[in-house]
Design a protein around this ligand. Structure first.
Ligand code: CA2
Length: 146
């Protein structure tokens, strides 16, 4: 039977949510994001495992481990979105469907945020919905999981 669990991945600096730059990222904290994601997943019959790290290799190891017991991945890669072939390779390598989330509207910001190494391989992309975007991502991703 398919595992009824999602991996929630938040990349570098997202531990600062709600603490710094509320004008860009809002006032919700990382704990709020993890709660919103868990509640939405539960409504769809899924559990979650959540990780945030400021270290690319830690994120890649967590993505690899998800192969064993997760059915999909919800990821906000932070700045690695725009820089990391290795993160893309990890996600395509495990072969799980994944949703890419960005809290801010990256297309309305600096041009270096307009490109994503995940944009052509993500099953779901949610951009600029604030932290509610994590709930949207869970709903759209779980709808794709048999
Ligand atoms: O909008 C998003 O969710 C981003 O993925 C956030 C990344 C940024 O590099 C991407 O271009 C868009 C940055 C995450 C840093 O988060 C902070 C939160 C609060 C205060 C400072 C940074």
């Amino acid at each position: 039977m398919t595992a009824r669990r999602l991996l929630l991945v938040n990349g570098p600096n997202l531990n600062l949510l709600g603490i710094r730059e509320p004008g860009v990222y809002g006032t919700a904290t990382l704990a709020d994001v993890e709660r919103i994601t868990a509640e939405t997943a539960a409504s769809a019959g899924f559990g979650i495992r959540a990780i945030q790290s400021n270290h690319e290799g830690v994120l890649i190891d967590a993505i690899h481990a998800a192969r064993a017991d997760c059915a999909g991945i919800v990821i906000n890669p932070g700045g690695l979105t725009h820089t990391s072939v290795s993160l893309r390779d990890a996600l395509t390598g495990v072969g799980l469907p994944f949703a890419e989330v960005h809290i801010s509207d990256v297309h309305a910001r600096e041009s270096f945020r307009h490109f994503s190494y995940l944009e052509d391989v993500a099953e779901v992309r949610v951009i600029g919905e604030g932290v509610d975007g994590y709930a949207t991502a869970v709903r759209r991703l779980t709808a794709l999981i048999p």
